[in-house]
Design a protein around this ligand. Sequence first.
Ligand SMILES: [Zn+2]
Length: 132
Amino acid sequence: MAGAHYVELAVTFHLEASHRLPCAPQDSACRRLHGHSWVIDVHVAGAVDMDSGWLLDYHDIEAAWQPVHDALDHQHLNEVEGLSNPTSELLAIWIWDRLAERLEGLLRITVRETCTARCTYFGPGRGKEEAK
Ligand SMILES: [Zn+2]
């Protein structure tokens, strides 16, 4: 078989957490304390190991996620260190920083705040082309 075969894997996780956005405009509802059932997609990319047939075990993504879940689930995000202004954007970056060191091939993270609103982060310095 010629050439490597690249794939993207994704696992979806759920968090329940409250927040308020202190930097939002004065008349924004986001300034008020409220909660979300956050949905986070973690995407990993790389070449398939043709012996195992895997890029990696989905369980490896779940294991990397567990400390993030433990830190954020049923918390008031503003009180979590590094999340004093917990927008979806800054939450995605916060999660990236904690997953990247444990998860080789981390490609992007999507944080869904509601059924219709979501933020995707591609890692430091990446995604500029996608954001145009
Ligand atoms: Zn909100």
